[in-house]
Write a protein that binds this ligand. Structure first.
Ligand code: FAD
Length: 166
């Protein structure tokens, strides 16, 4: 009889999910198609409902509801860094603080207009989770180095966005 595997922990599930999401962001095209923008927004909304850890899903739902909707163009990195350095504040306070920072909400706050936008937005969301778990915040400028594009022959696995000649 096959021995049953050890159950997956919340931490393992979290690490696997962040790997999936940050890799998706690394592969996300510079100029995504309308369909790709729509898909990524829907994926995050579905994740917030179907994530297989209820506590995390509820937390994520709350973040998606309240996390700042970055305005265009993206706020200067120095401003974002100042915000991220506010460690160890309770989640509610962070959300309130963010709400005061950029009081622009929209139904789906996922920023999916370009590779940079989506990967920075995701880093921010991950940092909101990190702060609520008293984990260190991750610097924005290290995201591309930590989560590079998939190592794939002849770039066959790159997602294709709108090319310059379209
Ligand atoms: P992880 O947070 O899993 O990160 C993995 C790696 O990503 C790190 O080692 C680092 O190299 C890199 N990284 C870290 N921060 C960033 C960033 N901001 N941007 C880019 N890369 C980064 N756990 C709970 O206990 N309660 C919750 O409510 C909860 N909510 C979650 C919601 C979601 C949507 C997800 C995906 C996970 C959630 N988790 C929650 C799990 C939690 O976030 C961690 O995944 C888990 O605690 C394991 O943490 P870790 O220290 O191994 O690193």
């Amino acid at each position: 009889k096959e021995k049953s595997a050890a159950p997956v922990t919340k931490e393992e599930l979290g690490r696997a999910t962040w790997t999936f999401l940050h890799t998706l962001a690394a592969q996300y095209p510079e100029n995504p198609t309308r369909q790709q923008r729509k898909d990524v927004k829907e994926l995050m909304a579905i994740l917030s409902r179907m994530y297989p850890c209820k506590e995390c899903a509820d937390h994520f739902k709350e973040i998606l509801r309240y996390v700042v909707n970055y305005t265009h163009p993206l706020p200067p990195i120095s401003l974002l860094e100042r915000m991220e350095n506010e460690v160890k504040v309770r989640r509610k306070e962070i959300i309130l603080e963010n709400a005061m920072f950029w009081p622009n909400y929209c139904a789906n706050p996922v920023q999916a207009g370009s590779h940079d936008q989506f990967s920075q937005w995701l880093c921010h969301v991950h940092n909101v989770v990190n702060r609520s778990l008293n984990k260190p915040v991750f610097p924005y400028e290290r995201v591309d180095a930590r989560w590079g594009k998939l190592d794939c022959e002849q770039r066959l696995c790159d997602l294709q966005g709108i090319s310059a000649k379209d």
